[in-house]
Design a binder for this molecule. Structure first.
Ligand SMILES: Cc1cc2nc3c(=O)[nH]c(=O)nc-3n(C[C@H](O)[C@H](O)[C@H](O)COP(=O)(O)OP(=O)(O)OC[C@H]3O[C@@H](n4cnc5c(N)ncnc54)[C@H](O)[C@@H]3O)c2cc1C
Length: 404
């Protein structure tokens, strides 16, 4: 009989297992893949942006704020310190391992689990969960059945199932009466009409991206935009993907921003260049393929003659408001997170214990919490894992990993 059975060996599961062991629990961790932490290794382009020291940025959900109030940056830093992981913070408050290698984070987590005698069973996909008089029976695909007093579900969502999270945790929670909200890909690329951006694949440009439903502005982000064969990518585009998810959505690119000019200043600059042949008007501003796409979109030939004032105005408008109808979002295979998940109102925000099924806990992306790019999703996974594993218990009168 285990004190705690953790289902899923990702960020939340490993943090939860370690916190529970630090409180004296005998812990079994079950992972469906052949090793734990596969997704962790892919995070932050292999560098693992594990938290952010700035203000929380989660889609309107009070649970994330409550969890991070208790297990926020200071406690997580103390946790990493206790495991011997050195950290590095960049100018945008994003925190990475000092080695800038995700594998270093996994190494310390695996070392900590080994040091605490946490029993880790890989190739153990959990397929069933039943309540028993003593707690829970946890059934695996290969027929094993484990008994635990408590169970912590940390199976992640549906994003990039090749890294392990195939959504199989949701039916487990539903089987014991938990509701799961609609599941959608989050932080993902946006598919658009491809004709206006034909030939631009691989070009990066800095700009402001705006999402509209008809003419209603739904959100905007600035940063690097990457043109792709299917539409648009880049962190700012992924950040805006939730706003692009719906009927009659359009994105607009304002490329004046990347030139360091306001739209008005760009208008003056184009007017100042008015005597130049059209084919040289945007020279020094954009790469030739992008210049051609801008002329094409504005419906102006890119010839040897200078443009008329009205053509210059049309070209300027196109640069500041390059509209592309949205055709959908790329799917879970390329998403970084899942929007939606187990309904958070059914979990106690101080312990993450189910209000419906005593002894059952959930943490990480399996819950209906998702944050922006910048370390917020791993921060919630680790913070909620620590909260659920420790169940809000204190050690020597202080919460675990308190900043001393
Ligand atoms: C490419 C990529 C890059 C990212 N980069 C960042 C970043 O830099 N910073 C950031 O904050 N966030 C990043 N994210 C998001 C972040 O990785 C996730 O939000 C986070 O890993 C969620 O942690 P988790 O423990 O809840 O779930 P996961 O990390 O997905 O772990 C779930 C684990 O449960 C296992 N599992 C699933 N079902 C079962 C089952 N039935 N039985 C047993 N085991 C099961 C899975 O195999 C997996 O190991 C990135 C995501 C991706 C895909």
């Amino acid at each position: 009989m285990w004190d705690l059975i953790v289902v899923g060996g990702g960020a939340a599961g490993m943090a939860g297992a370690i916190a529970a062991a630090d409180c004296g629990d005998r812990v079994l961790l079950l992972e469906r893949m052949d090793r734990v932490g596969k997704k962790l290794l892919a995070t932050g382009n292999g560098r693992c942006n594990l938290m952010n020291r700035g203000a929380p940025r989660y889609r309107d959900n009070p649970l994330a704020a409550q969890v991070l109030k208790r297990y926020g940056a200071a406690q997580q830093e103390a946790f990493w310190h206790s495991l011997g992981l050195m950290l590095y913070t960049d100018r945008e408050d994003r925190v990475y391992p000092a080695s800038l290698q995700a594998s270093t984070v996994l190494d310390v987590l695996r070392g900590a689990m080994e040091g605490r005698h946490i029993c880790v069973r890989t190739d153990s996909a959990v397929t069933g969960l039943k309540r028993t008089p003593q707690g829970f029976a946890v059934m695996c695909a290969k027929g094993e059945c484990y008994q635990g007093t408590r169970v912590l579900i940390t199976t992640g969502g549906l994003a990039q199932p090749k890294l392990g999270s195939d959504g199989s945790g949701f039916p487990l929670l539903e089987s014991v009466g938990h509701a799961v909200t609609e599941l959608r890909p989050g932080l993902t690329q946006v598919m658009t009409d491809t004709e206006p951006i034909r030939g631009l694949e691989g070009i990066r440009v800095r700009g402001i991206v705006r999402a509209y439903a008809h003419d209603r502005l739904l959100g905007e982000e600035q940063g690097e935009i990457l043109f792709a064969s299917y539409g648009l990518s880049g962190i700012c585009v992924m950040q805006l993907s939730a706003a692009c998810d719906g009927k009659d959505r359009t994105v607009s690119l304002d490329l004046s921003y990347g030139l360091g000019l306001s739209p008005e200043a760009l208008r003056e600059e184009i007017s100042r260049r008015g005597a130049l042949p059209a084919e040289r008007l945007l020279c020094g501003m954009f790469v030739p393929r992008l210049q051609q796409a801008l002329f094409r979109k504005a419906g102006i030939p890119m010839g040897a003659k200078p443009l008329s004032a009205s053509e210059r105005d049309r070209l300027w408008r196109t640069i500041c408001d390059f509209r592309l109808p949205v055709r959908g979002l790329r799917g879970f295979e390329s998403a970084q997170v899942t929007r939606g998940g187990a309904e958070t109102g059914l979990f106690d925000p101080h312990t993450l214990e189910s209000r419906k099924v005593p002894g059952l806990y959930a943490a990480g992306e399996v819950l209906d919490v998702d944050g922006d790019c910048g370390g917020y999703n791993l921060m919630f996974a680790f913070g909620s894992g620590l909260m659920a594993g420790s169940r809000g218990r204190k050690m020597r009168g202080e919460i675990l990993y308190a900043d001393r």
